[in-house]
Design a protein around this ligand. Sequence first.
Ligand code: AMP
Length: 434
Amino acid sequence: MSFLPLGLDAKILKAVQEAGYTEPTPIQSAAIPPIIGGHDVIGIAQTGTGKTAAFTLPILTKLAAQPGGPGRGTRVLVVAPTRELAVQIEENVRIYSKHLPLTVATVFGGVGEGPQIRALRGGANVVIACPGRLLDLMGRQCANFSNVKYLVLDEADRMLDMGFLPSIRRIVQQLPKQRQTLMFSATLSKEIEALTHEFQRAPKMVRMGRCSNPVETVTQLVYEVPKHLKTPLLLHLLRGPEMNMVLVFSRMKHGADRIARQLEQKGIRQATLHSNRSQNQRLRALKDFKSGAVRVLVATDIAARGIDVDGISHVVNYDFPMHAEDYIHRIGRTGRAKAIGDAISFVTPEDRGELRALERFIGRGIVRKRADDFNYSAAAPAPHPDDNKRQFTHQQSQGSPKRNAQSRRSNQPSPSHRAGSSNQERSGQQRRRR
Ligand code: AMP
């Protein structure tokens, strides 16, 4: 099926063709007609399925249909949980609207507010925002949303998990009642259903398969490995020339930094993405990864949320994810829009219970693989003379090992850990296990 029968505006069709898309993805085929028809839509789809275009293309079509174009003033508000996602939505909107006279702005924390205030006051047609900074600027009368016709809540489940519901309520209360509201979520839960009742009118549901299904084109593999051999195994696998664009997931920020150092020591160019890095450092890391300047990007779950990078060849779960949903999101970074990718998970003896829980969640077993020519019985390296000292300092800053084990079981961060996390990362760690 081509894009033609979907009723998109000719200028948008042209941009879509220039982007190299030949046919709509299933979520696009299902969501575009009802959105053009003026319905509220709740779309249940993971990232990587083409959901951004599924809401952007029909909204742009409707804006293009207005006589005289959109004019000045904000018509579309997209609310997204993270800065990275907001930037990526913006990139998509700019690609699809390149033949339309539209102005687009992003609003999120961690960067100077001056340009954002100017863009809001200038009446940018499409505003893509994270809740915190948006609410702040709305409270200071920097935005005029009295003509907003389209509201999109993207990754609604993640916004709930991150504790953004009160902010979203306050934002939505200040929008016109007469509007079309679109909501996208990777999962459908009671909380999400409650949101549809709160914010939408008679929404049409568009659901892409079971939400626990990982993207089909991803080959999933498990490597069982003792904890002390995770880095040697990663280095061993990275010798394969097919591993040309690799996203490595670490659970913790300090773990991501450690992996990055170890790769750097072996001459492997990498970048890191986590919430302790400045916004500029994070954007730089993404840019270098996208351009191929670095082959490996080491990231934590929250920071990598919604990463939209084409051509990721491998996702490596260096640390096994704590939640099955994180696994689905992590491996959805590869195999995007029909590309083929591999998702490799390192599983230590301590992770076996979580692996079993994941296999139950996705409804199938994951293939176990052993790396060729890798010495699985290598001894743990002798402790570095400074290690005792380091461990002591580390425990002081992270809480005791016993406390950490408890907090992992109860899925609560230790108090000192809480103190060191950004809001977004912190609330992600406090997420309920579903
Ligand atoms: P998303 O799920 O919105 O994060 O999109 C995942 C990726 O698929 C993005 O890199 C898009 O550029 C790409 N994409 C979206 N729609 C299509 C399509 N119809 N054909 C090919 N690629 C697409």
